[in-house]
Each structure stands twice: as structure tokens, then as C-alpha cells.
Design a protein. Structure first.
Lengths: 240, 240
């Protein structure tokens, strides 16, 4: 049983300069894992036309779904929509339905739909709009690419409307054993149990808490019975 | 004046599943920015030999420096060192100096250097060790690639010993104007000031605070006088 695959493309100098911590990737990763879609790759690129296009074309050909975050606002450095249109080789212009969403929003809030804001109604030909219940300026889907905002609250709202439309696979289940021992002490038995269960994946995540190393052992798979059997074996092998 | 470029390769299923929030990228980004090195690209890949090798070879050919995070522990899913050796086409084996570091550490702490832990002394031929003051198991540098641990405390310690050895460029300075207005209101004047200062970069970062949109305008450059002039112009253009 195979699961669909996905990739994330984070667009933004602010991530690469260290100014902003990217949390959209984890938001997406958690949501996809719950839906049975495997996030297989993430790339972060600067606000540059060619860098965005090259990364997007590499990712959309290798994965079932691609999600982007960032660069769809009103300022001169918001170039994601134009870069996506160029990567797909389609024209882009202000679209009536997107413009109407912005007009309604700015009228409601007593503001003006100026030239800068109107840039947010530029939509590549053939795209489907993604609703933005937070600030109205829409995202869009073109082919297998969902183009979403960078502001986390807006990214989350857009993702919530996109996710139900994606075909998922069997949800990935997991079991975790938390140990107050370094992973080097349990690596041997862990590998042995893992070898007996090739349909499951076994991972080990060290952590430091109160100055001591501990380890989370995580088993993942989509068959709950197989997972329970492996967890019992692992527990017997590594707990005193 | 050009600055050296860098890329980050984060290795780990735990990031892609959403289990763990990657903070090493921001740690690296802040440190490189302060040193005048431009972080140009980040990739996150799973714990898979071929995925690691393909990403590493793409990044190390395109950038002056590459940093990796994750996958150098003692368990069966820690395959970064082997994947790096394969990507460079060099052999890998347990090395005496790395083994000695581990022996000293485990002797000191009354533990055993078992077969799993000894895996952490596997170093690709030609590499230089990176000190690990937290838990002894070393990272290493091979060519322009620095291979470091995923646990944030260890990543930070390794980075601290690597950074002083890298040639930096002119530090990138920045000035920030925080506005309690949406970026759509200031996008026009921002673009005009930006056009008058082609040697500086101008960016706009929207945020949501207490339910309202605000904007941070950031100017970046390495000439402090030019930065101050541009900041004064921008302030006059966007503040009431």
C-alpha cells in the first residue's frame, strides 16, 4: 500500500537570514502525517524569481503534491505568483473573482484597494483560488501545487481548506517508548526488533533533559496489530 | 563585494513527520548572517542514503559552504556519515582518534563503548573532526561540508567551533521599521525608496498582533552610511 508523497517549498529571505523561525513546515508535516500523505522533502529558497521556479519545477515533477508558503503579499518582494506562473509557462494577470474578494474586504474595513494591494489579485491562468478567511487575499492551486501565505495564521487557514480535497492514504500510526537512557545503550536491541518487522519503520530520537541524555524510540506503520506486536517486543527488549 | 554562500541540509524523518520542529536552521542562519555569509538554500530530506547523497552533491557544488544536521548517532537509522562518504566517493571506517574520544567519554561516565556507539567513530577518509564538548561523539568536515549533530545543544556547540575557521564577508547590517499598518498601505512608497537604493535590499514582513495586521520593513546592506540614509528616507515616506 503506497501513500501519496508531498514536498514543501518555503519562500522567504526572512527564514534564510534567521530573522523568522519557519513553523509552517511543521504545521504542514503534522497535517499530512495525519492524512496519510508522506512529506518527503522541504526546500527553503530566497525571494528570487529563478530560485523559486527551479525549486518548484524540481519538486512538482517528483511528488504528488507540492505546497508553498510565502511571497504572495502586496509588496515588491512578493513574487511567488509570478514565479509560479513562469514555472508552469502560463500567463498571469489580475483576475475578476480575486479582485472582487479584495474589494469586498477593503470596503468592509474602510480601506482602499490601491495598486499594491491589487497585486494580490494576480492569479496564474488555470488556477483555482484558495480561500483566505483571515485577510481575504486568496492563495491558489495550479496543477499539483498549492500556493499559500507565509503568515502562520493565514497558512493554517488555507491549509484547512485545501486538505479535505486531497486523496490521502492509510493514516500513519506510531508508538513511542520514552527512555531515560542514551540511545547507544539500546541501539543493538532496537536494530534486532526492527529487522523482524520490515513493514514498520523504527527510529530513535535522542534528547537532553536536565543535563542527561534520554531517547524516544518511535515505531511507525499503518497496521495497528503489527504495531502493537512490535511495541511489545521492543518494550521487552529495552526496558529493564 | 561578494559574500560567501552557504546551504543547510537537515536530515531526519522526525522533521518531515512533524514530530520535531527544526530550530537548527535558524541557529545557523543567525550565525552566518552575523559572519557575513549568505545562507542561500535549505533542504530537509529523510533518513535515506540516496536522498541524502543526491541533496548533498547538489548543494556542495553550488555553494561555498554546506552544513548538515542530524543522523550521526549510534542507531541503525543514523546513516549520514556513510551517505556523505558515498557522495564524495571515499571509503569510511572507524578511525583511531574518534574512537579514542569515545573511549575516554564512556570510561569517564562508567559506560561501555559497545558496537552501536562505536559506529559514531566511523569517519570518511580525509575528514577533519569537529569537536563535541557535550557528548564527545565528533562531527567532521570533508571538503566544504561540515557534518554536525541534530540535537540542538550539540549542533550549537559544533557550530561554535566551526564558525571561526570560515572566511566571512562584510557583516550584513539591517534596520527595521515596525508599523502598525498593513503592508498594502506602504508597499508603494517602499518600492519607490527601494528603487533609489539598488545596493540595499528592502523587505516587508507582515505580522498579526492582537488581531490586527502590522508590518516590519527591513533594509539590509553592508554600508552603514547608505543604510542610515535609506532608513531616513523610508521613515519620512511611510510614517505619518
Amino acid at each position: 500500500m503506497t501513500r501519496p508523497t508531498a514536498a514543501m517549498l518555503v519562500i522567504g529571505d526572512e527564514i534564510l537570514s534567521g530573522r523568522t523561525l519557519d513553523t509552517n513546515t511543521r504545521t504542514l508535516a503534522e497535517a499530512l502525517t495525519a492524512r496519510g500523505i508522506d512529506l518527503r522533502e522541504v526546500r527553503v529558497v530566497p525571494d528570487e524569481h529563478d530560485a523559486i521556479g527551479a525549486a518548484l519545477n524540481a519538486l512538482r515533477k517528483s511528488h504528488d503534491h507540492v505546497f508553498t508558503s510565502g511571497g504572495i503579499g502586496p509588496t515588491h518582494d512578493d513574487i511567488t505568483a509570478d514565479a509560479v506562473a513562469a514555472a508552469f509557462g502560463v500567463p498571469i494577470d489580475v483576475r475578476a473573482d480575486a479582485r472582487a474578494l479584495l474589494e469586498a474586504h477593503y470596503t468592509r474595513s474602510g480601506q482602499v484597494l490601491n495598486a499594491a494591494r491589487l497585486r494580490m489579485a494576480r492569479i496564474p491562468e488555470g488556477a483555482v483560488l484558495i480561500e483566505n478567511p483571515v485577510s481575504s487575499a486568496p492563495g491558489f492551486r495550479l496543477g499539483n501545487v498549492s500556493v499559500m501565505a507565509g503568515v502562520p495564521a493565514v497558512f493554517q487557514a488555507m491549509l484547512a481548506s485545501v486538505l479535505p480535497t486531497l486523496a490521502g492514504g492509510a493514516p500513519l500510526l506510531s508508538a513511542t517508548l520514552r527512555l531515560e537512557r542514551g540511545e547507544g545503550e539500546v541501539a543493538g536491541p532496537l536494530a534486532e526488533v526492527a529487522m523482524r518487522h520490515p513493514a514498520l519503520s523504527f527510529a530513535s530520537y535522542p534528547f537532553v533533559a536536565e543535563g542527561r541524555f534520554g531517547t524516544n524510540l518511535v515505531i511507525r506503520g499503518s497496521d495497528p496489530d503489527a504495531l502493537a506486536r512490535a511495541e511489545a517486543e521492543l518494550r521487552a527488549a529495552v526496558l529493564p
